[in-house]
Design a protein around this ligand. Sequence first.
Ligand code: EPU
Length: 338
Amino acid sequence: MVIYQNISLKPYNTFGIDVNAAQFVRVNTIEEVQVLCTTFNLAERKKLIFGGGSNLLLTQDFDGMAIKIELNGINKIKEDDNFVWIKAMSGEVWHHLVMYAVDNNYYGLENLSLIPGCVGAAPMQNIGAYGVEIKDTFEELTAVEIETGKLVTFKNEECKFGYRESIFKNEAKDKYIIVSVTFKLSKKGNLNTQYGAISDTLKQKGIAEPSIRDVSDAVIAIRSSKLPDPKVLGNSGSFFKNPEIHANQYDALKLKYPTIPGYPLNTDLVKVPAGWLIEQCGFKGKRIGNTGAHKDQALVLVNYGEATGNEIFALAKQIQATVFETFGIKITPEVNII
Ligand code: EPU
């Protein structure tokens, strides 16, 4: 394990922001993670733990230790007639895990195809897309407790999953390094094609009885058509969460803005697409300096090349303020701003 000094983090964050980390280290094994925690007394240090760097906005040089998780491996650890338990190490690329599941006809992850990032980051914010979240197939995870270097297990309920939320963004923040995640996938066909864009894509292709691969391919086609590839245009996927507002507020807005989309969560709350709100405020496709909201999906902020983290952060604040002035709705970032 080598600790490098003053390393640019540009290659390690999908926004492509060029800031330096005072120290930079890659970890490849659980033992290395444990050594870092104990011998290097990680609990007392300023640290940035990341995998794919796909949910990060770096606004300044990082005067602590940046730790890149590179633990690899995907293994079947158990199966019965109906289910299979797959354990993936936290540094595995998320999409590789999904492709492994699709190749083997294990159901449950196909709607999450092509989400950028690594396996270890997935439970942090309960990644989700097209009607599925990882909490639906998540069995447990193993993490190293930073304070002690000991391995601990978190079962599904212990992770306190919510919409883009988990215990690891709240009370357990900065206390653990996730090293592996186990998923319980189904061997029997159980596809979720309810989400409009998926059923439309399958219909267009004339597929009435989709296979797991058909659904994965449909998701890949939808994502590729409106989400920019970070290798081409720096971004971190959805920048904001979709806000949940009171049904009364939604009804009042609906009178003023009849086309406002809304998905009732229960009798009291309605989820409103932040992309729609941002588009209505005129930001979609608008370029401001080196940054802007993407032309095909306003919820995605992009780096046109040389943007600084602060430029993107300033745009995010401007968007938040305008959405609030216009609709009285607070939108909050999904991305981790450092
Ligand atoms: N919309 C607009 N204009 C836009 C974008 C969206 O009007 O520029 C409206 C449309 O009404 C559209 C609706 O928003 O029907 C929903 O859009 P979309 O299906 O693209 O989904 P989203 O709510 O914007 C969420 C996730 C995505 C995930 C998609 C698909 C969040 C914050 N984002 O986006 O996740 O891929 O649903 O399920 O919940 C991510 O988290 O990085 C991410 C990409």
